[in-house]
Design a protein around this ligand. Structure first.
Ligand code: AMP
Ligand code: ZN
Ligand code: FE
Ligand code: FE
Length: 289
């Protein structure tokens, strides 16, 4: 029985359920601890908290997901227990969202040049909050260019695809520093290949990167994630143990419309992970700048 899901998206970024609908779904699946981790936005948290308050026994952790680049691939960082009222942090998120908008617009222009006639207006309409490639993919599905959103990634907007545009550069260390300064607990998201999101590109030298980021304040790494196979989970659990990182995870549910998307309740870390996160929050040795 899965009780914890620490990776979930809503309409405040590229998920398709409202914060209320997502929280209600998680409660109905028997989850006890969930974290909202929208991309570059904390705007769904107040609504999610109000929804969670209607479900006794459900705890909501305010979170965030930041995207960073390394040569040839990308690394996403979750921040758990984020202080979502801190002005400096909110200003950083607003900047990141501006960058998303410019980038998405460029991708739509590239698609138009390639003969994929989706409109920027429609993509904007589909995005209620932080805009992302899934909104472009959704517009392409609607217009009949691809069957599923993931096909848009495979053919056009995946890293290295003909309509792909790089984001403004943020390094994994920058993101860990931003999160640590906020007081959030930084956790590396989906550190390795996910079949549902292929081809995302395998991150080389995860051990080295994790170790490096630990020095910068990383406290956890996703192990129980999405569609990871038992052998992937085993390998990552070993790595987390070896490096002294808390084994985290969740469904990364978006209600994306892709086939076989892992739903809330399908995968997640044990309750002991939540206890360890709570202990880490109290740890005075943790860097809080
Ligand atoms: P962006 O934040 O605009 O770079 O878009 C990244 C988001 O797109 C991820 O968080 C996933 O939700 C989704 N995504 C990434 N790769 C794929 C893929 N191959 N198939 C489907 N969705 C993907
Ligand atoms: Zn996403
Ligand atoms: Fe991610
Ligand atoms: Fe995510």
């Amino acid at each position: 029985m899965i009780e914890v899901d620490l990776h979930l998206h809503t309409t405040c970024s590229d998920g398709r359920l409202s914060p209320t609908a997502l929280v209600d779904l998680c409660a109905s699946r028997g989850l006890k601890v969930i974290a909202l981790t929208d991309h570059d936005s904390t705007e769904g948290i107040p609504e999610a908290q109000a929804a969670a308050a209607r479900h006794p026994g459900l705890t909501l952790i305010p979170g965030i997901e930041l995207s960073t680049d390394i040569p040839g691939s990308e690394i996403h960082l979750l921040g758990l227990f984020v202080d979502f009222r801190e002005p400096v942090f909110l200003a950083t998120l607003a900047e990141l969202r501006d960058g998303r908008e410019g980038r998405a617009k460029q991708m739509v222009e590239k698609l138009n040049q390639l003969g994929v006639a989706i409109s920027w207006e429609r993509v904007k309409e589909l995005a209620d909050g932080a805009i992302g490639r899934p909104h472009i993919a959704q517009a392409m599905v609607e217009a009949g260019y691809v069957k599923y959103p993931r096909d848009a990634f495979d053919k056009y907007i995946g890293r290295g695809g003909p309509a792909y545009v790089e984001r403004a550069k943020l390094t994994p260390k920058d993101a860990v520093a931003i999160l640590a300064a906020n007081g959030a607990l930084p956790v590396m998201a989906h550190p390795t290949y996910s079949a549902a999101k292929s081809p995302r590109g395998e991150v080389e030298e995860i051990r080295h990167i994790l170790n490096d980021l630990k020095g910068a304040g990383l406290v956890g790494v996703e192990v129980y994630y999405g569609d990871y196979t038992p052998s992937q989970v085993k390998r990552l659990a070993g790595l987390a143990k070896e490096l002294g990182l808390i084994p985290c995870g969740g469904s990364d549910y978006h209600a994306s419309g892709n086939p076989n998307e892992p739903e809330p309740g399908k995968v997640g870390p044990p309750m002991s992970t939540y206890q360890r996160l709570l202990a880490a929050r109290e740890d005075p040795a943790r860097s809080r700048r």
